[in-house]
Design a protein around this ligand. Structure first.
Ligand SMILES: Cc1cc2nc3c(=O)[nH]c(=O)nc-3n(C[C@H](O)[C@H](O)[C@H](O)COP(=O)(O)OP(=O)(O)OC[C@H]3O[C@@H](n4cnc5c(N)ncnc54)[C@H](O)[C@@H]3O)c2cc1C
Length: 409
C-alpha cells in the first residue's frame, strides 16, 4: 500500500530493512539466548544514522518526526523486537528532553542521544506504582543547588546500558499527581546504582533493571520543565512514544508472517504446500488484513501528530524556547486517544498474528531453533508496557464518552 511517504522516509525504510536483514536476523537467536546487549548491532544502527531520524537537525538529527521513528522501529522489529527496543526505548527517554527541556538542556543531552553515542531510558514504574503512577514513593528534595533523590524504580528497559535516565519522583507528596517532577539523571552519579536484572519471557536482548537512588544528588538544572509537571511530562511523552510501541508490535507481526510465509509455501502435507490448504490460506488472509489495517491507523496517527507538533517544534528551535510552551501557545491538540488506539490495535495484532503464525507452522513453529516462537514471546510485552492495554482502553473510552457528551451526534 502506498502511504505517501516522503523520499527521505522511503529511504529510511529501505536502510532499516537492509540493516535488519544483514545485521539483526543472523544474530537475534544468540542475543535472545544469552540476554547480552547487542552492541555490534547498536554500532550498525549508529552508523546508519537511525537513532536520530525524528530529532531536530539542530542537534544532529534528520528533522523528521514520530512517523520516521515508527518506520525505523517497525523495520528493526521485523527482525527482532528486543533488539529494536534499543531505538524505541531510547526514544522514550529522549522525547521528554525534546518536549520539556530548555535550550541548555537540549544542547547538553540531545546530540549524544541523536547520534546514538548514548542511549536514554525512562523510569516511572515502581514496585507499588505501575498502572497507577501517582502512587510513586520516590522523592526528590531540593537542597540548595541540588535535588536529593531517594527511592527505587522497577522494570526499567535499557537499564545499565543507558547513560541518560529520565526519572520521575515526587517533590511534594501532599500534592499527589500535581507534586511529581521529571529529572535527568546520568549514569555514574553517586548514589545511583542498579538492582535486580529481570529474567524475561521475551525482548531478551534488552536488559530490564531495577534502579536504586540513595541520597543521589543531582544538579537543580536537571529538573525538566517545572516542579509539579512530571505527570504532564509523562503523558505528553506517551502521546508521541506509544506509536513507537505500536510500531514495535506491527514489526513483530510482519516479521512473524514473513517467516511463516517462507515456511508454509514449501512445507508439503497431503501432497501439496500447506499454504494451499484453505484453512491456512484464511489465516494468512486474516493476519495480512490485521497487519495492513494496523499500519494504516499507525501511519495516519503519526502523520497527524507530526503535522500538529511541527510548527511548535520549529518555533522552539528558532527561538530557543521550550517545545511544550510553544505547543500550548499554538493550542496544539493532544493525540492521546489516537496514540492509545494505535498501541492497542498494533499490539493486539502482534499477539494474535504471532500466535496464529506458530499454529500455521505446526510443531516446528513451537521450537526454539525456528524463528517464529520468539515473535510470540516478544509480542506479549507490547500489550503491557507504556500502559497496559486495559489502561489504554480506559483512556480511549473516557475520551470517546467525553466527546459524545460535548458534541451533538
Ligand atoms: C519488560 C518490561 C519493560 C518495562 N520497561 C519500562 C520502562 O522502561 N520504564 C518504566 O517506567 N516502566 C517499564 N515497565 C513497566 C510497565 O510499564 C508496567 O509493568 C505496566 O505499566 C503495568 O504496571 P504493573 O506491572 O504494575 O501492573 P499493575 O498496574 O499491577 O496491573 C496488573 C493488572 O491489572 C490491570 N489494571 C490495573 N489497573 C487497572 C484499571 N484501572 N483498569 C483496568 N485494569 C487495570 C492491568 O491492566 C494489569 O492487567 C516495563 C515492564 C516490563 C514487563
Amino acid at each position: 500500500m502506498d502511504y505517501g511517504l516522503s523520499e527521505t522516509q522511503n529511504e529510511i525504510v529501505s536502510v532499516a530493512y537492509q540493516l535488519m536483514r544483514e545485521k539483526i536476523r543472523p544474530v537475534r537467536e544468540h542475543y535472545d539466548k544469552t540476554e547480552d546487549f547487542p552492541w555490534p548491532v547498536v554500532d550498525a544502527i549508529r552508523q546508519a544514522d537511525l537513532f536520530g531520524v525524528y530529532l531536530p537537525e539542530k542537534y544532529g538529527g534528520m528533522g523528521g518526526g514520530t512517523l520516521d521513528l515508527c518506520l525505523v522501529v517497525e523495520q528493526l522489529s521485523r527482525g527482532c523486537g528486543g533488539i529494536a527496543l534499543c531505538v524505541a526505548g531510547s526514544g522514550l527517554g529522549t522525547i521528554p528532553i525534546l518536549l520539556f527541556g530548555n535550550e541548555a538542556q537540549r544542547q547538553k543531552w540531545l546530540p549524544d542521544l541523536t547520534s546514538g553515542k548514548k542511549i536514554a531510558a525512562f523510569a516511572i514504574t515502581e514496585a507499588e506504582a505501575g498502572s497507577d503512577a501517582t502512587a510513586m514513593k520516590a522523592t526528590a528534595k531540593l537542597d540548595g543547588d541540588h535535588y536529593i533523590l531517594n527511592g527505587a524504580k522497577a522494570f526499567i528497559s535499557g537499564g545499565k546500558i543507558a547513560e541518560t535516565y529520565v526519572v520521575f519522583a515526587t517533590t511534594n507528596p501532599a500534592r499527589g499527581a500535581r507534586g511529581i517532577g521529571a529529572f535527568v539523571v546520568e549514569k555514574g552519579t553517586p548514589g545511583f546504582t542498579f538492582g535486580k536484572k529481570e529474567d524475561k519471557m521475551g525482548i531478551r536482548a534488552n536488559p530490564t533493571y531495577e534502579l536504586i537512588f540513595q541520597n543521589c544528588r543531582i544538579p537543580k538544572e536537571n529538573l525538566l520543565y517545572k516542579e509539579g509537571y512530571g505527570l504532564f511530562v509523562a503523558q505528553t511523552t506517551f502521546d508521541m512514544s506509544r506509536p513507537g510501541v505500536a510500531a514495535q508490535g506491527l514489526g513483530i507481526a510482519q516479521g512473524a508472517l514473513d517467516e511463516t510465509l517462507a515456511y508454509v509455501r514449501v512445507r508439503k502435507q497431503f501432497g501439496q504446500p500447506v499454504s494451499s490448504h484453505q484453512a491456512i490460506g484464511h489465516m494468512i488472509a486474516d493476519c495480512s488484513t490485521a497487519i495492513e489495517s494496523s499500519r494504516a491507523l499507525l501511519y495516519a496517527t503519526a502523520k497527524a501528530v507530526d503535522a500538529a507538533v511541527k510548527p511548535a517544534m520549529d518555533a522552539a528551535m528558532a527561538k530557543g524556547t521550550i517545545v511544550f510552551d510553544e505547543m500550548n501557545a499554538l493550542k496544539v491538540r493532544r493525540y492521546t486517544k489516537e496514540s492509545a488506539m494505535c498501541k492497542v490495535l498494533c499490539s493486539d495484532t502482534a499477539m494474535k498474528v504471532s500466535v496464529d503464525c506458530v499454529q500455521m507452522c505446526g510443531g516446528i513453529g513451537y521450537m526454539r531453533d525456528f524463528p517464529v516462537e520468539k515473535y510470540m514471546r516478544d509480542a506479549k510485552i507490547t500489550q503491557i508496557y507504556e500502559g497496559t492495554n486495559q489502561i489504554q482502553r480506559n483512556e480511549i473510552a473516557a475520551m470517546v464518552i467525553k466527546e459524545a457528551a460535548t458534541h451533538k451526534l
